[in-house]
Design a protein around this ligand. Structure first.
Ligand SMILES: *Cc1c(COP(=O)(O)O)cnc(C)c1O
Length: 375
């Protein structure tokens, strides 16, 4: 046997992340509702800042992301020195795992939690510990029940992708209160801009006062800058210092920094994005519910929709039916939700096309739908 370089234990157990499909073959204008991207796109001011940067592509970015951190600090009323930017929040989640966990350590996350958590866990050789959920929602007691002296990190998306559900402020407090001090609680608030204000907490307060809580945020969702890859983390000085030490010196690129700064300054655009989402989310959920589908209550810019366990009417058949009509949703097998599709809120016309297609799917003769498809 020839000797081959061998990756560290855990790495070959990773199922590589597969993003949402962008196209449906044979359709020039695919309706892409597969990746929770912003329906409205970014602020025109962000686009202008991006274009303007073209004149100085030979310059390295500001490795400290100073201007953006100052602006984030001012907007959110937090200390810019306690912020670190990253190449998407994905990178920051990976960096926390790299810094605080390794072989023999455990990382806890929820059954239907974001896929980057298992990837980050296995990548550092740590052991994944998966907490069951209740009604597609994080269960604080289940998470706390799995914490041991080997636990190093708890990853929690609030609200969560792909379920769209959240746990209220009091539950976040209770989770933190039940964790030993050596455990880092990562509150991934990628959808905070869409979440309700009443009993929702992005984790910003806890991350400001607790020595073991980190909040991560992104410009990929409400801000509409997914292509540029920019996320940020806020937390205690000691943890932020650690993340700075291990990040790439220029991990947030200049185009992303410039566009994000302009996007941040255009809060009217974010308000419009939130209003659009609120309006469309409820209407689409009601319509799909009326069509006989189970829609998980969402506070995000997407819906998790459960299909009947019936040949020709299941999630796989629905996905084929939509694809044939040029609409791309997200299959949920990797999230242990094979009976569901995740559907991003799009523009009005896109949501209308989606609703009509699923209404047709639910009323079409099931046998015919199955026999006619081309697996
Ligand atoms: C989209 C998403 C992110 C990451 O986004 P980036 O593009 O890497 O900033 C993080 N967490 C959750 C739950 C997400 O859905």
């Amino acid at each position: 046997m020839p000797v081959q370089p061998t990756p560290r234990p855990g790495i070959m157990e990773i199922s590589p992340y597969v993003g949402g499909r962008s196209t449906a073959s044979g359709h020039a204008n695919t309706i892409k509702l597969s990746s929770n991207e912003s329906a409205l796109g970014p602020s025109p001011k962000a686009q202008a800042a991006y274009r303007e940067l073209a004149g100085s592509l030979h310059r390295y970015p500001d490795g400290g992301a100073t201007e953006l951190r100052m602006a984030l600090g001012a907007l959110h009323g937090i200390d810019p020195d306690r912020i670190v930017c990253g190449n998407g929040s994905d990178e920051l989640l990976q960096l926390v795992a790299h810094a605080y966990a390794g072989p023999g350590d455990e990382i806890v996350y929820c059954r239907h939690g974001f896929l980057v958590y298992p990837i980050a866990t296995l990548a550092v050789g740590a052991t994944p510990v998966v907490a069951p959920e209740t009604d597609y929602t994080a269960d604080v007691d289940a998470i706390l029940g799995l914490v041991t002296e080997r636990t190093r990190i708890v990853f929690l998306a609030n609200p969560n992708n792909p379920t769209g559900t959240y746990i209220p402020k009091g539950e976040i407090r209770r989770l933190w209160g039940g964790l030993p001090e050596h455990v880092v609680l990562v509150i991934d608030s990628a959808y905070a801009e869409f979440a309700p204000t009443e009993d929702y907490d992005s984790g910003i307060e806890l991350a400001g006062m607790a020595p073991n809580v980190v909040m991560t945020r992104t410009f990929s969702k409400a801000y509409g800058l997914a292509a540029l890859r920019l996320g940020w983390a806020y937390g205690p000085p000691a943890i932020i210092d650690v993340l700075h030490r291990i990040r790439g010196p220029f991990n947030a690129n200049a185009a992303a920094l410039a566009a994000a700064l302009a996007a941040l300054e255009d809060q009217d655009h974010i308000a419009r994005a939130r209003q659009h989402n609120e309006r469309c989310l409820g209407a689409l959920a009601a319509r799909l519910g009326a069509a006989g589908l189970h829609v998980v209550p969402s506070v995000c810019n997407f819906l998790l929709v459960r299909f009947p366990d019936e040949s020709g009417r299941d999630a796989a058949a629905a996905d084929r039916f939509l694809t044939e009509r040029g609409i791309v949703a997200r299959r949920m097998e990797p999230y242990h939700l094979a009976d569901c599709l995740r559907i991003t809120i799009g523009l009005e016309a896109e949501n209308e096309a989606l609703a009509q297609a699923l209404e047709a799917f639910m009323t079409a003769p099931a046998a015919g739908a199955d026999a006619g498809d081309d697996r």
